[in-house]
Design a protein. Structure first.
Length: 244
């Protein structure tokens, strides 16, 4: 079931509606980073550099360090910031999956803006944590068996922790389009193993450079399928928290 859900999510990943959400989130991300770049550069130029006029070599070094730092920072921040923006549009992804693959079922209802923003914020924190851990793994020199062991332990922690958190958050997103929080909690507890394995698939997707920019989109699509499968085994009527 999980492999089929992942296959369906990937098959739809490059469709026009998914691409629209992806490029929209990337566009907002780049715009935000460019604005932040100019604001930081302006602040340094007007506040810090005038005090270094007596030491031109220090001013030159500061400019080079600033440029290098902003370049590295932009590369690090593009994944979590794009995840934040993509998280706001996940209802569009879920509706597209429901419409294409489950046309006979009633579609879910959009989450309130506050719930969507909260989900996006939580996922952004997860992505920042994952990127920090990945950066740590890259910086650690693999010069002996102990380092090799630590790398594997850290990688295992990365997958286990993110598998649990990502599976839980994105399943809750998919399920809350149809049910109240209490019903979602009961459904999640009844299917913890499947949801955790789905989260592990998402964590594996997030570990792939460049492709990880589409993690929220893939995760939302995957968990829509997982929720539909779990719901078929848990057919009790539900009461939607946002009304019908």
């Amino acid at each position: 079931m999980l492999l089929q859900s992942a296959r369906l999510a990937i098959s739809q990943l490059f469709s026009q509606p998914f691409r629209k959400v992806f490029w929209r989130s990337i566009g907002y991300t780049l715009l935000l980073l460019v604005i932040a770049w100019f604001m930081l550069e302006s602040a340094v130029s007007t506040i810090l550099l005038p005090y270094l006029g007596a030491w031109p070599w220090v001013a030159t070094a500061m400019v080079w360090l600033l440029g290098t730092g902003m370049f590295i920072g932009a590369g690090f921040l593009i994944a979590p910031v794009s995840a934040m923006f993509a998280g706001i549009f996940l209802d569009d992804i879920a509706l597209e999956v429901e419409t294409k693959h489950y046309p006979g079922d009633p579609p879910g209802r959009e989450l309130p803006v506050s719930a969507a923003v909260w989900l996006a914020a939580k996922f952004t924190v997860l992505v920042i944590f994952a990127n920090l851990l990945a950066l740590l793994l890259v910086l650690l020199p693999g010069i002996n068996m102990m380092i090799f062991f630590l790398l594997n332990v850290n990688m295992m922690i990365f997958f286990l922790l993110n598998g649990f958190l990502l599976g839980r958050e994105f399943f809750q997103f998919a399920a809350m389009r149809f049910a109240s929080e209490d019903e979602v909690r009961a459904l999640r507890k009844a299917n913890e193993g499947v949801i955790f394995l789905g989260g592990m698939i998402i964590a594996g997707f997030m570990a792939i450079p460049l492709l990880n920019l589409a993690t929220p989109i893939f995760a939302a699509a995957l968990m829509v399928h997982v929720h539909k499968s779990c719901r078929s085994k848990y057919p009790q009527p539900v009461t939607h928290p946002f009304g019908r």
